[in-house]
Design a protein around this ligand. Structure first.
Ligand code: ATP
Ligand code: MG
Length: 284
């Protein structure tokens, strides 16, 4: 099968707490594989600091029309709360992990927003991916004016440890967002990270003059990548082969032990502590 001559490769990292994207032209990739355009995001509620990712939050109005995504969704929802108008809107955050252990097909999956109102999971995920896709296209057009969705090879990353139905669901959501299935690759987050690491100069060697020298991993090197995210921790182990490609030493592994589970445990601890304190105070 002939490979299409895509003008760009674009990658969307859809995270539990933060999401972002990057893209690279064929020319740039051949010159410098790690050179990518990385969208910078500003949090309107905070300082004017720039971030490589925006928060994974999405806001719909009362008629379920898309309103905002990311830091902008958080800021607008805050305003709605201040004006006590938020109860009819739909605000979703940290919803990626609802797919974590899904074992059946995605039909009929619903997710709850901050106030307990439900929407189909496919609407929430596809509108989020659509926002990121449209934003990426807008940025790409600043560099190549007449670029279209079909000129781009799209990569959407998912945790390696997700079930097959969950991975299939992400593909459906992307197609719903306007990315045709034949121009889309679902990649595993931890494997993408492991391949990226192979291009970095991080292997420490002695330079023969008493100093250190850093270079990319030589054939025979083995390395482990631990991607500690908000939802999952994914672990991979690879070996660099003589032809420069890499071999997976063991199957990707991990679990739902990300930062949000630490937040959850901490909140439970505070609740327990306060309950105990209140009971103690109530006792005669
Ligand atoms: N210094 C830190 N120590 C511990 N946790 C941190 C630190 N900085 C960020 N975090 C946590 O890391 C998480 C964000 O990491 P990251 O952006 O890699 O996750 P993600 O891509 O959204 O999640 P996932 O890949 O699991 O879907 C947040 O939960 C945040 O609380
Ligand atoms: Mg991540």
């Amino acid at each position: 099968m002939a490979t299409k001559n895509y003008l760009l490769v674009a990658a969307i990292d859809f995270g539990t707490t933060y999401s972002g994207y990057a893209f690279s032209t064929r020319e740039d990739f051949q010159k410098e594989p790690t050179k990518v355009y990385l969208k910078q995001w500003v949090d309107p509620a905070g300082s004017s600091m720039m971030y490589n990712k925006t928060s994974t939050c999405i806001l719909f109005d009362e008629s379920v029309n898309f309103s905002k995504f990311g830091f902008e969704a958080e800021a607008k929802y805050q305003d709605l709360i201040m004006d006590n108008e938020h109860k009819t809107w739909y605000f979703f955050r940290r919803f990626k992990m609802t797919l974590y252990d899904k074992q059946s097909s995605g039909d009929g999956w619903f997710i709850e927003d901050e106030t307990g109102k439900q929407l189909p999971a496919l609407v929430v995920f596809s509108e989020s991916i659509k926002y990121l896709k449209d934003s990426l296209l807008e940025e790409a057009k600043k560099q190549q004016t007449d670029i279209r969705v079909g000129d781009i090879k799209w990569i959407l990353t998912v945790p390696a440890i997700w079930s097959d139905p969950a991975k299939t669901f992400m593909r459906r959501a992307a197609v719903e967002a306007g990315i045709d299935t034949d121009i889309l690759t679902i990649a595993l987050e931890s494997e993408a990270a492991a391949l990226f690491v192979k291009h970095l100069s991080i292997d420490r060697q002695l330079d023969g003059k008493g100093g250190d020298l850093f270079r990319t991993f030589v054939p025979g090197s083995k390395y482990i990548v631990v991607d500690a995210g908000g939802g999952t921790i994914d672990i991979t182990a690879h070996e660099v082969l003589n032809d420069g490609t890499v071999r997976e030493i063991i199957k990707s592994n991990g679990g739902n032990w990300g930062g949000t589970s630490v937040d959850g445990e901490y909140l439970d601890f505070i609740k327990c502590f306060l309950d105990f304190f209140c009971i103690e105070k109530a006792l005669p």
